[in-house]
Design a protein around this ligand. Structure first.
Ligand SMILES: Cc1cc2nc3c(=O)[nH]c(=O)nc-3n(C[C@H](O)[C@H](O)[C@H](O)COP(=O)(O)O)c2cc1C
Length: 455
């Protein structure tokens, strides 16, 4: 029996969270829930044959077979890369013209199809790793400027980046995002979300910590966000809003860094996103240098959502663009409060829905009033990240039918302390493996295969 937070849901929870959200370009989400992007690292990865990398596997299809029956309004994919040599991690899905094959197209079509089974809108999150590409994947990645990320993630560092020329901003970034957006459109997705948060390439442009440019892409807020607006316009030239295809953005509300994007910057940028016509903006925060997927300030702890106080400042800017807030939501109470207080319209969920892929369905049915209360260290994002990726891998081992129509079939219960202890041991083994691989310069997907149901 899984443990949960002991709170009762307010009377109006089902009515409020079940409300539809209409996007400016015409489509409607069936309720307020958003499956946040969660990198799967389950696509093909063969270092010697890069053109075959990034094809979504049956494991991904199986995992989304579960979320696609969880009654979300919108389901985002994990970050899909637009450049084969700029990844967030090995095993990312990739869309790139050099890798065009019928197998890739078929896989993306199947992916969109399973997502939409119970009425969710399927949205592909498009990203470019920029300087946050592991050095094992690319020693000289592109970025806005040559500011190197002086940090290791799982014992792997990051190369000194090469600043993109103005010409390359067009050919290596804008054109690639447009190609991927068109591909998503053609393969049946309802939209795309540009990943402009968490320190990836687009955030490298918007943040003064990483953007030292003196041309039209650097300096003022308007210049730093120019690349995002240009990508938006270039996508809309190919796929106009009249098609109903959604174009959204994930952006940082704050970065908690001395020179980082401030909430005032975010307000100014969001004004431009509203004006140009983005369908939705999902508010998040933090970078690799300053992770923020836990409570940085005590003031937000009670209200759960990590970025709530920043969302409250940004929210008034939006009139047509739909706002989602992601990070920290665990109880129905807090979700309803965030909506009724006007801080957000949509509720993004990440880690809770790897433990329970049908959490929105249960909330809307009234059978639960919170997420699973896991026994993992809540102040250690790396551990909860690994746990979530393990659960995604477990979701991927069988289709919903093979799982006797039970979406939680074979998922580790991290509310159980004994399971958490065993997982701790698995992490130790994984750390050893990762260290060895890193010392040999080999990149591997950061997914721990752990217990669950064997296939
Ligand atoms: C396993 C895992 C993978 C993630 N991958 C992505 C990603 O691909 N793109 C992204 O924008 N955010 C990613 N995130 C961040 C989540 O979308 C979300 O913003 C964060 O987990 C906070 O929400 P939560 O508290 O509900 O988990 C990831 C988080 C986790 C735990």
């Amino acid at each position: 029996m899984v443990r949960r937070f002991s709170t009762a849901a307010p009377e109006n929870a089902k009515a409020i969270l079940g409300e539809k959200l209409k996007f400016p370009s015409g489509k409607t989400a069936q309720n307020r829930f958003l499956k946040a992007a969660l990198t799967e690292m389950l696509s093909t990865f063969e270092p010697s044959k890069p053109e075959l990398n990034g094809i979504p596997t049956q494991q991904i299809i199986n995992a989304y077979d579960k979320w696609g029956n969880g009654k979300f309004g919108v389901i985002l994919t994990g970050n899909v890369q637009v450049s084969p040599v700029h990844l967030e991690a090995p095993g990312n899905a990739i869309i790139f013209k050099e890798g065009e094959t019928s197998a890739r197209r078929e896989a993306f079509k199947n992916w969109a199809k399973v997502i939409k089974q119970d009425g969710a809108l399927a949205v592909a999150q498009l990203s470019h790793g920029g300087r946050q590409t592991p050095i094992t994947v690319n020693k000289t990645p592109f970025s806005a400027s040559d500011v190197q990320l002086a940090k290791e993630v799982r014992f792997i560092g990051f190369g000194k980046p090469i600043p993109l020329t103005v010409e390359q901003i067009k050919t290596e970034v804008i054109d690639r995002f447009v190609y991927a957006a068109k591909y998503a459109y053609e393969t049946g997705f309802d939209g795309v979300q540009l990943h402009g948060a968490h320190g990836y390439l687009l955030a490298q442009f918007t943040s003064p910590t990483t953007n030292k440019r003196t041309d039209k892409y650097g300096g003022s807020v308007a210049n730093r966000q120019r690349i995002i607006l240009e990508i938006y316009e270039a996508i809309r030239k190919e796929i106009p809003a009249s098609t109903g295809f959604l174009v959204g953005l994930k952006t940082n509300s704050v970065e908690f860094q001395t020179e980082g994007t401030t909430v005032d910057d975010a307000v100014e940028m969001c004004r431009a996103y509203e004006k140009i016509g983005f369908d939705f903006v999902e508010l998040s925060g933090g970078t690799y240098e300053q992770l923020a997927f836990q409570h940085i300030r005590d003031s937000t702890r009670q209200r759960e959502a990590f970025f709530l106080e920043f969302a409250e400042k940004i929210r008034p800017v939006f009139k047509n663009t739909v706002v989602y807030l992601t990070g920290g939501f665990r109880t129905v109470n807090a979700m309803v409060e965030a909506v009724t207080s006007g801080a957000t319209q949509g509720i993004g969920l990440g880690r809770p829905i790897t433990a329970e892929p049908d959490l929105p369905k249960k909330i809307l049915f009234g059978s639960v009033s919170s997420a699973v209360y896991d026994a993992l260290d809540q102040n250690n994002f790396s551990v909860s990240l690994l746990a979530s990726n393990t659960q995604i891998e477990q979701m991927g081992r069988n289709s919903l039918k093979e799982a006797n129509n039970e979406v939680t079939y074979g998922l580790s219960d991290f509310s159980d302390e004994e399971t958490v202890k065993r997982f701790g041991k698995a992490i130790e083994g994984f750390i050893e493996l990762t260290k060895t691989q890193a010392s040999q310069g080999v990149a591997i997907p950061a997914v721990i295969t752990f217990e669950g149901v064997k296939v």
